[in-house]
Design a binder for this molecule. Structure first.
Ligand SMILES: [Zn+2]
Length: 785
C-alpha cells in the first residue's frame, strides 16, 4: 500500500527528494542480511523485552485494563513501543507478514485505550500513580522543558503513526496521533502555552503529520516549538539561545541532532533563511571539530553531550547509537537541501561505522556508547533500563534502502553503493535501475539503466570522499595519500569524460534500455591521521578501507594485547577476505611491535607481532576484549603491557559497583593529568559529601609500606574534584585497621599522591575517601608497594 514519493511533495519542499525504500530492493550480501536479522530476530526480540519490562503494562494500566499504579522507570518508556511500531511497519512495507500485522493491530488498540478523551497520551500521568514520578509536573506540560518528556513521547508517536499509515494504509494509529497533535495545537502557540520541548523530536513528527495531511497547523506548530526555544534556557538542551542564533553544536547530542533535523525540515518547507544559516554553521562546527572518525557525535558521557572543539577521547567516547542515527537523519536533510555529496560522505561514514556498531551481528545485543578504544571493560547488552538506542536501531535498519537514491525532476542521484534494483518515475520517463557491486569490500559498481523508452536525464553518481583521499569534508582528518585520484567511469564499455558537480560525476545523455555504467572506485587501505588539535589521536593513525573504519581487537592478536602495539606509519598492509569470521569480513594485517614492562625496571621488552584489524562495526561480537581504532605509530602513544604488580593481581571492589570502573584502578594505563579522560577511571559522581571506599584483596599476603593514588578532577566543568581527605586501612585478623602513616596523605591534582606508612603484612587494603562537600571525586589509578 506504499504511496509514491511524489505524493509527499509539497509546493515548497526539499528540492531533492529521497527515493522511498519501498522502491529499492536490496540484493546485496552486506545490508540485506542485516535487515533480515533485524526483521527475523531483533523485532521479535525487542517486542518481547518491551513486554517483559512492563512497558505495555504502562499502557494497559493507563487504559484501566489491568489494576495497579506501578510504572516502569522512565516517563519516556512509552517511546520504545512507538519506535518498535515504526520499525515493524517499515518491515511490512517490504514483506507481507500477517502475524506481525495482527500484533500491530492489538498494540494500536492498547495505545488507543490509553489515550485520554481529549487526545492526551502519556501513561505516566494517566495511570495516576499514588506517588507520581518526580519528573512529572502536577499539571500537563509544565515540566516538559525540563524532564517530563511528554512532547518527546508525542514526537515518536507521530513518527510511528506516519510509518504505520504508509505501510498498512490503516488510519488507526494515525488517528490517535492526529488527536494528540490537535491537543498540542490547542494548548501551545502564541497566546497559549509558551513551553519548549525538553527533548526535541516532536518537530520532526509534526512535519511528518503535515506531509500526510497537508494541514498547515502541524507545520506551524513545529516552527513554533523551534522559535520558542531560548534565550535563557540551558545549553544542555539547546535552549540558551534562539535557534537562529545557534552556530555551534552544544549540549545533549541526540536532542541537538534531532533539533537540527527538525530545523532542516521546517526550513525546506518554509524557505526560512535564518534556519539554514544556523544549521549550515553548526554542520561546519561538527565536521571541523566534533566528529569521530567513526561518524559518532557527542563525545562526553557528562550530559551525553558534544564536547569542546577537538575534545574527542577514544576510550571514554560516548558517541551514543541514537546520536549516530540522528546524525544520519540530519545529514540526509542537509543533502536534500543543498545537493552536495559531502553530506552523504558523513552519512555513509556514520552508517557503516558508529551506527552499525550499535547492534551485534546476532541482532540481540546492543551498544549505548560506541567507544573507539577499550581495555575490555565494554560489553554489549541485551537491554538497558534506558532503552532508547535499542528501539532506535530497531526502527532505523529497515529504512536503509531509502538512503541509496534521490531525485530532483530529471536528475537521479546515486548516493550509496549496495546491490539492488530500483524503479522510479522521472520527469521524462519511468526508469528501473539495477546496481551491482561488491561494496563495501570492493569498489566496482555497475549500474544498468532501463528507461521505459529512450529518454534524456542526468545520472549523478556520488564520488565518495574516501575514494579521492578526502575522508571527511574539512580538515579534521586526512589521508596519508594526498594524491589527486581520477575515478574512471565508462558507459557501455567505453570510457567517458564527465563533469563534477557538488561531489557528483554527472552523466547527462539519452539513455536507452540496457545502458550500462561502470565505475571503479580504487579501494586501497588508507592510513588516516587526525588534526593535530585532537590530542587523543596524537602519534596514531586509523586504518580505513572504502567506507569502513578498522580496529584492532584482542581476539585477533597473538597475546590478546592491543594497547601495547605500535605499527610503523609506512608499514605495508595485507588484505585477506575471511568468509568464516564475523559473518565474512576483510581482515587487514601489518607487522608491528608490542612493548611490555618488566617488574621493578624502566626497561621495555619488545617483541615483533602481526597486528590484525577487523572492521570497527564488527567488534565486541566475540565477548569483551581490548580494542582500539587509533593505532600508535609513535612508541610514546602506546601503552606497554604492564608488569604484574600487587595491585594488578588484586581483586577490586568499591562502593561503586560498575565493573567497568573497577577495572580502571589497576590497569596501569598512563594518566596525563587529573582531567585526562582518554582512559578508564572510577568516579562517584553525582554523589557529594559522602564517605566511599575502594578495596584491593591481594592474591596472597604482602608486606607493604606505601601507596599512591592519582585522583580524578574534571573541574571546572565536570562534577569531580580531588577529595576532602583519604585514609588507608589494612586487614588484620579480619578487621580493618588504619595504617600508621609516616608522611601526610597528599591531596593534589595532576600527580600521584603518596602516603608512606609503617610496614604491614596483609592480604587486603582499603582506601576510605571523603568526598568534597559540593562535589564527587574519582580515581584514575591506585598503586601499592
Ligand atoms: Zn540512545
Amino acid at each position: 500500500m506504499g504511496m509514491s514519493t511524489t505524493a509527499f511533495c509539497q509546493k515548497s519542499d526539499y528540492p531533492i527528494q529521497p527515493v522511498a525504500f519501498t522502491h529499492v530492493h536490496l540484493t546485496d550480501n552486506f545490508w540485506e542480511p542485516k535487515i533480515e536479522v533485524n526483521a527475523n530476530v531483533t523485532i521479535p526480540f525487542v517486542l518481547q523485552k518491551i513486554r517483559e519490562t512492563g512497558r505495555i503494562n504502562n499502557f494497559l494500566r493507563a487504559a484501566k485494563k489491568i489494576p495497579g499504579d506501578s510504572l516502569t522507570q522512565f516517563p519516556f518508556d512509552d517511546t520504545d513501543l512507538y519506535k518498535w511500531i515504526e520499525g515493524a511497519s517499515y518491515g511490512l512495507q517490504v514483506k507481507k507478514n500477517p502475524v506481525l500485522e495482527r500484533q500491530l493491530d492489538t498494540l494500536v488498540g492498547i495505545i488507543a485505550a490509553a489515550q485520554e478523551p481529549d487526545g492526551y497520551l502519556y501513561t505516566f500521568r494517566s495511570v495516576n500513580a499514588k506517588h507520581p514520578h518526580e519528573w512529572i509536573g502536577n499539571k500537563r506540560w509544565i515540566k516538559d522543558s525540563v524532564l517530563s518528556h511528554e512532547l518527546y513521547n508525542a514526537g515518536h508517536l507521530y513518527e510511528a503513526a506516519s510509518a504505520h499509515f504508509i505501510a498498512t494504509g490503516k488510519r488507526s494509529l494515525l488517528n490517535i496521533a492526529l488527536k494528540n497533535a490537535d491537543l498540542l495545537v490547542k494548548d501551545f502557540g502564541p497566546g497559549k502555552l509558551q513551553i519548549y520541548p525538553g527533548h526535541q523530536i516532536v518537530e520532526i513528527g509534526l512535519v511528518k503529520l503535515y506531509r500526510i495531511t497537508h494541514n498547515k497547523k502541524y507545520l506551524d506548530l513545529a516552527k513554533f516549538f523551534l522559535d520558542v526555544r531560548g534565550p535563557g534556557g540551558e545549553a544542555y538542551n539547546q535552549a540558551d539561545k534562539k535557534v537562529i542564533d545557534q552556530h555551534a553544536a552544544e549540549g545533549h547530542a541526540v536532542r541537538a541532532a534531532y533539533m537540527y533535523t527538525g530545523i532542516a525540515d521546517v526550513a525546506a518547507l518554509t524557505g526560512n533563511k535564518d534556519y539554514l544559516k544556523a544549521i549550515d554553521d553548526i554542520w561546519n562546527d561538527v565536521t571541523d571539530k566534533k566528529l569521530y572518525i567513526t561518524g559518532g557525535i557527542g563525545a562526553t558521557g557528562n550530559g551525553e553531550a558534544f564536547g569542546e572543539a577537538y575534545d574527542l577521547p577514544n576510550m571514554s567516547a560516548y558517541a551514543e547509537t541514537c546520536a549516530s542515527i540522528a546524525n544520519v537523519y540530519w545529514n540526509l536533510r542537509m543533502f536534500l537541501l543543498h545537493g552536495d555529496a559531502k553530506y552523504i560522505d558523513v552519512l555513509e561514514r556514520t552508517l557503516y561505522n558508529g551506527l552499525l556498531s550499535g547492534v551485534s551481528l546476532s541482532g540481540t545485543k546492543f551498544f549505548y556508547p560506541n567507544p573507539l578504544a577499550s581495555m575490555g571493560q565494554h560489553q554489549r547488552s541485551e537491554w538497558f533500563s534506558c532503552a532508547c538506542c535499542i528501539s532506535n536501531i530497531t526502527r532505523f535498519l529497515p529504512s536503509v534502502p531509502g538512503y541509496v537514491y534521490a531525485q530532483n525532476g530529471n536528475h537521479l542521484f546515486v548516493n550509496l553503493f549496495m546491490s539492488n534494483t530500483m524503479d522510479l518515475k522521472l520527469t521524462s520517463t519511468n526508469v528501473s535501475l539495477t546496481q551491482q557491486t561488491g561494496y563495501p569490500w570492493s569498489g566496482n559498481v555497475s549500474l544498468t539503466v532501463n528507461p521505459a523508452a529512450a529518454a534524456s536525464f542526468a545520472l549523478h553518481i556520488r564520488i565518495p570522499g574516501w575514494s579521492i583521499n578526502q575522508p571527511i569534508p574539512g580538515n579534521l582528518y586526512y589521508s596519508m595519500a594526498a594524491d589527486k585520484v581520477n575515478i574512471p567511469i565508462s558507459v557501455n564499455g567505453k570510457s567517458i569524460s564527465y563533469k563534477m558537480e557538488n561531489g557528483y560525476a554527472v552523466i547527462s545523455r539519452v539513455w536507452k534500455k540496457g545502458d550500462k555504467v561502470t565505475v571503479d572506485f580504487p579501494m586501497p587501505v588508507q592510513k588516516i591521521f587526525a588534526n593535530k588539535n585532537i590530542g587523543a589521536d596524537a602519534g596514531r593513525f586509523a586504518l580505513q578501507k572504502g567506507p569502513l573504519v578498522y580496529c584492532l581487537e584482542g581476539f585477533d592478536q597473538a597475546d590478546s594485547a592491543v594497547q601495547s602495539i605500535v605499527v610503523n606509519k609506512d608499514a605495508a598492509i595485507t588484505e585477506t577476505f575471511n568468509d568464516r569470521k564475523l559473518n565474512g569480513i576483510e581482515e587487514l594485517t601489518a607487522a608491528g611491535v608490542s612493548a611490555a614492562r618488566v617488574s621493578n625496571s624502566d626497561e621495555l621488552i619488545k617483541t615483533s607481532v602481526v597486528a590484525k584489524a577487523i572492521p570497527y562495526y564488527a567488534w565486541n561480537n566475540r565477548g569483551s576484549n581490548e580494542m582500539e581504532v587509533w593505532i600508535p605509530y609513535e612508541a610514546s602513544a602506546a601503552h606497554p603491557r604492564p608488569a604484574a604488580t600487587i595491585a594488578s593481581k588484586s581483586k577490586v571492589s568499591s562502593s561503586v559497583k560498575s565493573r567497568l570502573m573497577l577495572k580502571a584502578l589497576n590497569d596501569q594505563y598512563g594518566v596525563q593529568n587529573s582531567n585526562d579522560k582518554s582512559g578508564n577511571f572510577l568516579h562517584w559522581w553525582p554523589k557529594k559529601n559522602t564517605t566511599e571506599f575502594v578495596q584491593y584483596d591481594f592474591d596472597t599476603a604482602y608486606t607493604i609500606s606505601s601507596s599512591q593514588v592519582y585522583w580524578l578532577d574534571d573541574g571546572p566543568w565536570g562534577g569531580c574534584r580531588i577529595p576532602a581527605s583519604w585514609k588507608l586501612y589494612y586487614k588484620k585478623d579480619g578487621a580493618w585497621v588504619p595504617v600508621k602513616n609516616t608522611t601526610e596523605y597528599e591531596i593534589a591534582k595532576d600527580k600521584y599522591c603518596t602516603v608512606q606508612f609503617e610496614p604491614v603484612t596483609t592480604t587486603a587494603l582499603k582506601i576510605e575517601v571523603q568526598l568534597p562537600v559540593d562535589n564527587a571525586t574519582g580515581i584514575h589509578e591506585w598503586i601499592v608497594k
